[in-house]
Design a protein around this ligand. Structure first.
Ligand code: CTP
Ligand code: ZN
Length: 150
């Protein structure tokens, strides 16, 4: 039996099974809270679960788009995205980190061509948890991915 630590929501998105300690980084890459938005956001951290501890984020009255889901995979590779409608989970999606990441991350190398020409960044995923990327243009490795999400 799971203890109810946080209220269920009526409509919105629940990002569940976030690696413990990463909820704040997930909020940062999603640009939450959005200035001017009235949507209620609840964060629960270090919540006990069957697989250890996890963080949870609930964003009411908003459904995340595919681009936002892909960004979450960069820092919380085990997260599930639950779309809630009228109190029911109407869709559950596991985030997926592809082998290559296009466009979502900015290269930290100031000399990289991607910072000077209008080209889409391309990174190879060289480690998954925590994620480490390698720039396809200059080979620079990026470990602190949350700080470089575009
Ligand atoms: N949830 C919520 N409000 C609702 C329905 C669900 O906040 N009205 C939350 C639950 O608390 C849980 C997540 O959404 O954190 C997923 O709900 P559910 O699929 O019912 O939970 P589980 O079956 O435990 O999901 P999983 O198997 O993915 O762990
Ligand atoms: Zn680069």
């Amino acid at each position: 039996m799971q203890e109810l630590k946080v209220q269920p929501i009526r409509n919105g998105t629940v990002i569940d099974h976030i690696t413990a300690g990463r909820a704040v980084a997930v909020m940062r890459i999603l640009g939450l809270p959005r200035p001017g938005s009235t949507s209620t956001i609840t964060a629960a951290m270090n919540v006990p679960s069957s697989r250890g501890r996890k963080d949870i984020l609930k964003i009411e009255d908003r459904e995340l788009d595919a681009n936002e889901v892909n960004k979450i995979a960069l820092i919380a590779p085990n997260a599930t995205i639950n779309i809630v409608r009228e109190y029911e989970v109407s869709r559950k999606e596991h985030v997926q980190l592809p082998e290559k990441v296009s466009g979502l991350v900015k290269c930290p190398n100031p000399n990289c061509v991607t910072n000077h020409e209008p080209v889409r960044t391309q990174f190879l995923v060289v480690a998954r948890d925590p994620v480490k990327l390698r720039c396809g243009y200059c080979d620079r490795e990026v470990a602190d991915v949350a700080d470089h999400v575009a």
